[in-house]
Design a protein around this ligand. Structure first.
Ligand SMILES: Cc1ncc(COP(=O)(O)O)c(C=O)c1O
Length: 382
């Protein structure tokens, strides 16, 4: 079907929540995408930190196909192997407690909020300005952005926000009534803003002092994206609960809320649930992603390639280069227009998070020559 026909279908039948680019992708392999006319693109967005091990990675394709051919769904009233194995791996790789599976990032945040509120009933939740935690009501209430929240008021009560770079303001906002502090260690949607070690430590101390849960949202910055499995491992400030999604499934929808051992049994039978979550196909996909990403050599490459990319951006004279590993951004006037030109003229897929910010989130398996190729394409436009 031609692109014009797809646009017509969208206009008539799809709620207009997305501003789509005028490209139809039909195939992907590694860091490459192809449109319906056979044009090849270099993917430096990875579906916004989802395509963690590249498109159609053989390990992933084999795991998903094999599981889909055997059993796609049985439901959470029964056991299936992939989910239990995945829970063990995620727990051992992170906080050592228990896992609740979800279908998305927002739902993983919902689980974290429910866990924190069940533990301290009626308790408040402190979040940082600029945060993005999702679009469902709890997650939206934790996303202090006027434009996203205002049309949907009233939101869930009890959420307060503080500046993202002020450890004292954060400490001052936490008290005995606080159920949780929720932080993205590197804010993604607001334009790749690493939260300082000072702020993360202040949050940890305030939570310890007042018996609140520290929740890290690693939905965008986790799963090896920054060169360590989790972004918090760069500063060794360990949360009580963390949320993962996006790259976990490598292209299929799965999220997880992971607790430390101390909080592993707060949620009990009947407290929470989800029909599809942790199904065998998506869990097999996530296990395949971990087979590739949980590899010290790959994580070193993420660090090295990230440094090469960041350095290359600086050499192009781009301003405000920031981020960690393969989670980078830079400043440029009229960023949405630049992103569009990169897509349509250079066939480089990136994304503008705001009027002056371009974000880069290539698959972690990106090769050195693909980094140079992307820099060449960026240099032609920027
Ligand atoms: C840090 C963070 N948290 C939560 C979410 C929400 O995830 P989802 O869109 O899967 O609900 C996102 C999505 O961009 C995110 O980047």
């Amino acid at each position: 079907m031609a692109l014009e026909d797809l646009k017509a279908l969208e206009r008539e039948y799809v709620m207009g929540t997305y501003a789509r680019n005028p490209v139809e992708f039909v195939r992907g392999e590694g860091c490459r995408l192809w449109d319906d006319e056979g044009n090849e693109y270099l993917d430096f967005l990875g579906g916004i930190s989802v395509v963690q091990i590249g498109h159609a990675h053989p390990t992933w394709v084999e795991a998903v196909s094999e599981q889909a051919g055997r059993l796609a769904h049985a439901g959470n009233l029964f056991y299936t192997g992939p989910a239990m194995r995945l829970a063990e791996r995620l727990s051992k790789l992170s906080l050592g407690g228990k896992v609740f599976f979800t279908n998305s990032g927002a739902e993983a945040i919902e689980c974290a909020i429910k866990l924190a509120r069940k533990r301290k009933q009626g308790g408040g939740v402190v979040v940082l300005e600029g945060a993005f935690h999702g679009r469902t009501y709890g997650a939206l209430s934790a996303t202090p952005q006027e434009a996203k929240q205002a049309p949907f008021a009233p939101l869930v009560p009890g959420f307060v926000s503080v500046p993202r770079d002020d450890p004292e303001a954060l400490a001052g906002a936490v008290d005995g009534e606080t159920a949780a502090v929720i932080i993205e260690p590197i804010q993604g949607e607001s334009g790749i803003h690493p939260i300082s070690e000072e702020v993360l430590r202040a949050a940890r101390e305030a939570c310890d002092r007042h018996g609140a849960l520290l929740v890290f949202d690693e939905i965008q910055c986790g799963m090896g994206r920054t060169g360590k499995m989790w972004a918090w491992q760069h500063v060794q400030v360990e949360p009580d609960v963390m949320t993962v999604a996006k790259g976990l499934g490598g292209g299929l929808p799965i999220g997880a809320c992971i607790s430390s051992p101390d909080h592993a049994d707060v949620l009990e039978p009947g407290d929470h649930g989800s029909t599809f979550a942790g199904g065998p196909v998506i869990a097999a996909a996530a296990n395949a992603v971990l087979d590739v990403v949980d590899d010290a050599e790959l994580l070193v490459e993420v660090t090295d390639n990230g440094e090469t990319l960041a350095e290359g951006l600086r050499e192009l004279g781009l301003e405000g280069v920031r981020g960690r590993g393969l989670m980078l951004a830079f400043e440029i006037p009229e960023a949405p227009d630049v992103a569009r030109r990169l897509l349509l003229e250079q066939r480089l897929v990136v994304n503008a998070t705001g009027p002056t910010t371009i974000r880069l989130l290539p698959p972690l398996t990106v090769a050195g020559d693909e980094i140079q190729d992307a820099l060449g394409r960026l240099g032609d436009v920027a």
